[in-house]
Design a protein around this ligand. Structure first.
Ligand code: UN1
Length: 509
């Protein structure tokens, strides 16, 4: 095995300082929030946290900005998002470096994350001229019945470490063209990326003359997030994270009749049918299961393979997993970077242990790498575990690269297995049988929000609505008509007849 030399924490700090300077980000050093890198496990900076008492003023500022922003014509609001997209193009490489430093994501995936931001900005600029309402046939003569979409208010965005910039951009780009303002509570694990996103948007705000407080960042922990969730001035809470987090956020927002948009865990499956192009299927499965070190909400966690092809699929997968390049995410040859934290590693170990105790067989992987070189960093071998059913740990989302492999005989059985978990985010079938493909995407097929054919579970394009059913939370972000969640609908009846006519033929005189 070739020796892997990881960069030092000091090297990474120097890179971060250069990149932050290029993006004009001033760090406020202090206490409360630590910027760390999972590449070495080392600490980069101690940063000042937002004081809990500041949440009130921050939400008030965003609310006041909303009162004027909502009256700016939507295509003008689009100018702000266009400028953000231009700045993201200029700083694509810089922002990707920060994403790699803070998440351990490989360079290509970090660049892909920034591309996803650019894409959603382009989408939102187009959307700013397409926030269409509709005209409805009125049953009364001389009446016009219509629907108009209006800005909603302050949107509280809570985002996770694994897509620290793209998920913010899905929300902010759409919310801003919809006339909303945003208060953002990012993951505490990615403060540098958050500061950089905030600064790029602040520059776009300055340059386009938008109200300064259309976007505010809260850099702090859970207590601050709770205040945001409970604040009545926050019209919509858009939260991405675990099912456990969603179980707390959803009811709290509902208790004050606020709106929530929840993007929670996935437990995504792919079916490999006997007719599948196995080369294509195996390549797609490897990226979906091991890419981002298994830390996407769309990561492939369950593989359901027909008994006729299971030996071949398993052999190819095991061989590929054995040789996956694991290590420094900045190295062009690396495909699997580190897990985010010691806790993530422990969770993976525990899940593998539980799987074993439940009768699962570890077919490949699961070991730790580079423990001597970097004792505080957690590089792991993506694992495949053979299972014979979906009880216990297979029903849970473990945010690490573990792929549970099981077999099926009939397509009905495969669909039932796909659907028989509490989560419902993403799903795939690999087949060349058109009946199977159509069946999987039909009403009685996959019950997920994302249903793919000959495409892996992860790596969705921004043009579609993104989200899922059941414990995934039901929210839809990003493309298609997800924008409607960020606006309020007004139904208007205008009487230009000069007479009063009551609907449903009611008479009252
Ligand atoms: C996430 O993991 O929270 O579909 C978002 C994908 C990416 C987004 C993932 N476009 O994998």
């Amino acid at each position: 095995m070739t020796t892997i030399v990881l960069p030092s924490t000091d090297d990474l700090r120097k890179v971060a300082i250069d990149v932050l300077a290029r993006m004009d980000v001033q760090l406020e050093e202090g206490g409360g929030v630590q910027a760390r890198t999972p590449i070495t496990g080392g600490r980069l900076f101690d940063l000042a946290a937002t004081a809990p008492a500041a949440v009130d003023d921050t939400v008030q500022a965003a609310h006041e900005a909303f009162l004027s922003w909502r009256t700016v014509p939507a295509p003008r609001r689009g100018e702000l998002v266009r400028r953000l997209g231009e700045l993201l193009r200029v700083h694509k490489g810089d922002l990707a470096e920060l994403i790699t430093i803070e998440t351990g994501k490989i360079r290509s995936e970090a660049l892909g994350e920034v591309q996803e931001m650019i894409d959603i900005c382009d989408f939102a600029v187009g959307l700013s001229r397409q926030l269409y309402g509709r005209t409805i046939a009125s049953e009364r003569p001389g009446h016009r019945l219509s629907e108009t979409w209006h800005p909603l208010g302050v949107v509280g965005v809570i985002s996770a470490f694994n897509f620290p910039a793209a998920v913010w951009s899905w929300n902010v780009a759409v919310a801003l063209v919809c006339g909303d303002t945003v208060v953002w509570k990012p993951s505490e694990l990615t403060p540098l990326t958050s500061l950089a996103c905030d600064r790029l948007l602040a520059r776009a705000i300055e340059e386009t003359g938008a109200p300064r407080d259309v976007h505010r960042l809260l850099l702090a922990g859970r207590a601050i997030g709770e205040r945001l969730v409970d604040d009545r001035r926050v019209a919509l809470v858009s939260a991405t994270g675990s099912v456990r987090m969603g179980r707390e956020v959803g009811p709290r927002v509902a208790a004050r009749f606020g709106r929530s948009l929840l993007e929670l865990g996935g437990n995504n499956a792919a079916i490999v049918a006997p007719s599948a192009d196995l080369d294509l299927a195996v390549s797609a499965v490897v990226f979906a299961a091991a890419g981002t070190a298994g830390q996407r909400c769309t990561t492939l966690r369950r593989l359901i393979v027909h008994t006729d092809v299971v030996d071949s699929v398993m052999q190819r997968l095991v061989a590929t997993f054995r040789t996956l390049p694991i290590g420094d995410p900045f190295d062009a040859g690396t495909l699997v970077g580190p897990l985010i934290s010691r806790q993530a590693y422990q969770t993976m170990r525990d899940a593998l242990e539980t799987a074993r105790s439940e009768g699962g067989e570890i077919l490949v992987g699961g070991g730790r790498r580079l423990a001597d070189e970097a004792p505080d960093a957690f590089y792991v071998e993506p694992a495949i575990v053979g299972v014979s059913g979906q009880s216990g740990i297979v029903r849970e989302e473990t945010f690490a690269p573990i792929l549970y492999l099981q077999t099926y005989r009939t397509f009905e059985e495969a669909i039932a297995l796909n659907n028989d978990v509490p989560q419902g985010l993403s799903s795939s079938v690999f087949t060349r049988d058109v009946q199977e493909a159509e069946r999987f995407t039909a009403a009685d097929g996959s019950d997920c929000g994302i249903v793919n054919v000959n495409v892996g579970t992860s790596g969705a394009e921004i043009g579609g609505a993104f989200g899922g059913e059941k414990e995934t939370g039901g929210g839809r972000e990003s493309g298609s008509d997800s924008w409607r969640a960020y606006m309020r609908r007004a139904t208007s009846t205008v009487n230009y007849s000069g007479h009063l006519t009551l609907a449903q033929d009611v008479t009252f005189s």
